[in-house]
Design a protein around this ligand. Structure first.
Ligand SMILES: O=c1ccn([C@H]2C[C@H](O)[C@@H](COP(=O)(O)OP(=O)(O)OP(=O)(O)O)O2)c(=O)[nH]1
Ligand SMILES: [Mg+2]
Length: 152
C-alpha cells in the first residue's frame, strides 16, 4: 500500500528527551506504533490508581485521521495495566503533548520507568458526520431491541 497517511512528530524539549524513542512500528505489519514513557522519574501506580504519563512528543495528523491510544496486551495480561479512557482519542488538530492515561487494574503496585513501552497508537480514518434531525427514523428488523435481546 502506497497511500500511507503522513504523520509528523515533534520531539518536545529535544535535549531532555533525546533518549526517548519516538513512536514506531515494531514489526513490518504492526497495526500500532509503540509509545514510550517520557517521565523523568519512575511513577508507581498503586492498585486502582490512574496516572497521566508524558511521552515527550506532539504530533500532527492529516485532516480526516485520528490516532487511538490503546493498551499493550502484554502489560495488561501480566500486570493488569490498562488505559482508563481506552481507546484514547488524538484529534488531528491537537498539538499538545500526547499523554497516556494508564490505570492499574492489577493487585500489585506497578512502576512505569522512563523509556518503557506503555501503549500503542493506531492511525486511522475518521469521518465527521453530516447531522440531520428527524421526527421518525427508518424502520429496521432490530428496532429498539438491544443489550442481549438476541440471546447471550
Ligand atoms: O489518551 C489521550 C486522550 C487525549 N489526548 C489529547 C489529544 C486529544 O486531541 C485531546 C482531547 O482529548 P479528548 O477529546 O478525549 O478529551 P476531552 O476531555 O474531551 O478534552 P477536550 O475538551 O480538550 O476535547 O487530548 C491525549 O493526549 N491522550
Ligand atoms: Mg474532546
Amino acid at each position: 500500500m502506497t497511500d500511507r497517511p503522513r504523520v509528523a512528530f515533534k520531539r518536545l524539549d529535544p535535549q531532555k528527551n533525546s533518549d526517548v524513542p519516538l513512536p514506531r512500528y515494531m514489526t513490518e505489519e504492526a497495526a500500532g506504533m509503540d509509545i514510550h514513557a517520557a517521565n523523568e522519574t519512575p511513577v508507581t501506580l498503586a492498585p486502582g490508581a490512574v496516572a497521566l504519563i508524558p511521552t515527550g512528543f506532539s504530533m500532527a495528523l492529516p485532516k480526516g485521521f485520528e490516532a487511538q491510544i490503546r493498551p499493550r496486551s502484554g502489560l495488561a495480561v501480566k500486570y493488569g495495566i490498562g488505559i482508563v479512557n481506552a481507546p484514547g482519542t488524538i484529534d488531528s488538530d491537537y498539538r499538545g503533548e500526547v499523554k497516556v492515561a494508564l490505570i492499574n487494574f492489577g493487585a500489585d503496585p506497578f512502576t512505569i520507568n522512563r523509556n518503557e513501552r506503555i501503549a500503542q497508537m493506531i492511525v486511522t480514518r475518521v469521518w465527521q458526520a453530516e447531522i440531520t434531525v428527524v421526527d421518525d427514523l427508518d424502520a429496521t428488523e432490530r428496532g429498539d431491541g438491544g443489550f442481549g435481546h438476541t440471546g447471550v
